[in-house]
Design a protein. Structure first.
Length: 139
């Protein structure tokens, strides 16, 4: 039974991309991690920038054509892989639980709602910007 190239390339792109994204997140968290009980700035900015960058990537790919060939590979490798490894819901959840467990309820609420609301806003802004830039470039 022959295996198609796509069935090998697709998971490989996701694994390699995920490894890159996870390494970048690990390096940022290791270099700029917040002390326990304080605002987890590194995770906060990682998730916000990831929301924005994923929206920019996906809208740019969608504006450039069908989700086939190289576009599909870029979406899977960079979107699912890199951005999936870079952003981190699990660290966000652990840090939120840590803030709550330490009695930092106002900080927990700001961190939780701020991350979600600003993440959605930045994803919208990234997609909106790419769509308008793409329309502007069209003859």
């Amino acid at each position: 039974m022959a295996v198609s190239a796509s069935r090998v390339i697709t998971p490989a792109l996701i694994v390699v991309g995920g490894s890159v994204g996870t390494f970048v997140r690990w390096w940022l968290e290791s270099s700029f991690g917040a002390p326990p009980g304080s605002w987890p700035w590194t995770t906060f900015w990682i998730n916000l920038s990831g929301s924005f960058l994923l929206a920019v990537l996906l809208d740019a790919l969608a504006a450039s054509g069908e989700d086939t060939g190289w576009r599909r590979y870029v979406r899977l490798g960079a979107g699912t892989g890199v951005m999936g490894g870079y952003t981190t819901y699990s660290t966000f959840a652990v840090e939120a639980v840590g803030l709550g467990g330490a009695g930092h309820w106002p900080l927990l609420l700001l961190y939780g709602f701020g991350s979600v609301v600003l993440g959605i806003a930045l994803a919208y802004a990234g997609g909106w910007g790419i769509r308008h830039l793409y329309r502007w470039r069209q003859p």
